[in-house]
Ligand binder design. Structure first.
Ligand code: 1CP
Length: 352
């Protein structure tokens, strides 16, 4: 493995907060349904089959990196795969979101969740990481997992949700069982992320996508200790990214839980949030609204340029969207955006 090329890459240098000539760029959901090549593969295999086929998963990861010329790959997998390994009947219903046939609805359901070794049950993800590293030893690779709250929300709701009523009801009325569920998910996540690093992942990302639905009190009591447990157990290892959406009200608490990089969505002003007491010593990642990729070029360019200009000269900024690329996004606009960031070293004052 070409460890020194990765170590010296613009992505890894930025994670160490070293000055670089431009920010590194990669995009959430850079592999996905907006790509015709991805859709062609999905004509032949289901989403779960794709995730469980290391050859195909690695191929889709490489394809996104090479088509877009981004500075890092993210292994093609899903935060819901550990839930599949729990045997609660995860399926992806035709055309829409995930469904869990046997959701967690009572304290007894928490006790029935199995203990398993991520290295065994999710070995296909680890195999895909190794294949990616074989194909692209020079390219930094991000491994990832869902954070306990976001995973718990799928387990309790039995799928996607808008208001998380069932999750919050369980959290408030079955406090001990909820804490037990969160501790179970946190332990499992540490083992899974450590296994991904051992397989070759250079950076580890924790997706707490739906945690922004919580008030500060609930985040502090029910979530922060578990997310902190994960980051504490990943210290001295690969650098970490902590991401959530709608997190403006709790971003300081999230940062206190951990993460070398804090991922921000488009609802907050990235630069001023970065300057706040809680985030000043971290890297930040984000946060262009993904719907701008549907807008006219001039607007897309102006908004991306504004972000680049505000962060110019400050080490530790990773350019990204505020959330994933949406299906139907014009591929040319995605390529245009990446190229613009890559060329940003040439425009304006040098970053160094
Ligand atoms: O039909 C298809 O082909 C499936 C669409 C799809 C894809 C491309 C899903 C189903 N997952 C993925 C891949 C995926 N998921 C990746 C790797 C791709 C890449 O980034 O290049 C990653 C990192 C994820 C992570 C993920 N899955 C998150 C966290 C990030 C986020 O978007 O907030 C979440 C919440 C999921 C759950 C999920 N996976 C898929 C669906 C439809 C859902 C439900 C989303 C919801 O509840 O709204």
């Amino acid at each position: 493995m070409d460890k020194s090329a990765v170590k010296q890459s613009i992505f890894m240098r930025t994670l160490r907060r070293e000055p670089t000539e431009r920010p590194p760029v990669w995009l959430l959901r850079q592999a996905g349904r907006y790509q015709p090549e991805y859709r062609a593969i999905r004509q032949k295999v289901s989403f779960l089959e794709l995730c469980k086929n290391p050859q195909l998963a690695s191929q889709v990861t490489v394809m996104a990196v090479e088509q877009l010329d981004v500075d890092a790959g993210i292994i093609f997998a899903d935060i819901l795969l550990p839930i599949d390994a729990m045997g609660v009947g995860l399926r992806f219903a035709q055309g829409d979101g995930p469904v869990i046939d046997n959701p967690v609805r009572a304290p007894g359901d928490v006790d029935r969740l199995p203990l398993f070794d991520a290295g065994d049950e999710l070995s296909y993800v680890l195999e895909a990481i190794k294949l990616f590293k074989g194909a692209r030893p020079d390219c930094p690779l991000i491994g990832f997992a869902g954070a306990p709250f976001t995973l718990a929300s799928y387990l309790i709701e039995g799928g996607s949700s808008r208001n998380f009523e069932r999750t919050k009801l369980f959290m408030h009325n079955e406090r001990a069982a909820f804490q037990k569920l969160m501790a179970y998910l946190a332990r499992l996540t540490v083992a899974y992320l450590q296994a991904q690093e051992a397989a070759g992942a250079d950076c580890l990302m924790l997706f707490d996508s739906w945690v922004g639905s919580l008030c500060r009190e609930d985040y502090e009591e029910f979530v922060q200790p578990h997310s902190k447990y994960i980051f504490d157990n990943l210290k001295e290892r690969a650098p970490t990214i902590h991401f959530g959406t709608n997190t403006g009200g709790i971003i300081d608490l999230m940062a206190a839980a951990g993460g070398d990089v804090i991922g921000l969505d488009w609802r907050v002003d990235l630069f001023s949030t970065w300057q706040s007491e809680a985030l000043r010593d971290r890297c930040v990642q984000g946060n262009l609204d993904p719907t701008l990729l549907f807008a006219e070029r001039a607007l897309l360019e102006a908004r991306a340029q504004k972000l680049l200009d505000r962060c110019r000269g400050k080490a530790g900024y990773i350019f990204n969207l505020g959330h994933g690329i949406l299906p139907g996004t014009p591929v040319d606009n995605v390529k245009f955006l990446v190229e613009m960031v890559r060329n940003s070293a040439l425009s304006g004052a040098a970053q160094l």
